[in-house]
Write a protein that binds this ligand. Structure first.
Ligand code: SF4
Length: 59
């Protein structure tokens, strides 16, 4: 598991909670029902769980 700085494109997020379900320590849903990153870092493979490509790894 590689920890990387990730970001969420809130305009693309559909609030499906797949990221939260798979990585509950890294992602949470905010009051708007969209994903937020808990610590700013997440498993690099979390990019793959988002069905709409809203999670990306920052270089
Ligand atoms: S998996 Fe993607 S679309 Fe679903 S809540 Fe997470 S960031 Fe949003």
């Amino acid at each position: 598991m590689e920890r990387r700085k990730v970001k969420i494109d809130s305009s693309a997020c559909i609030g499906c909670a797949a990221c939260v379900g798979t990585y509950p320590d890294d992602f949470t849903l905010n009051d708007a029902g969209l994903a937020d990153i808990v610590t700013g870092e997440a498993d690099a493979e979390s990019v793959d769980v988002c069905p709409v490509g809203a999670i990306s790894v920052e270089e």
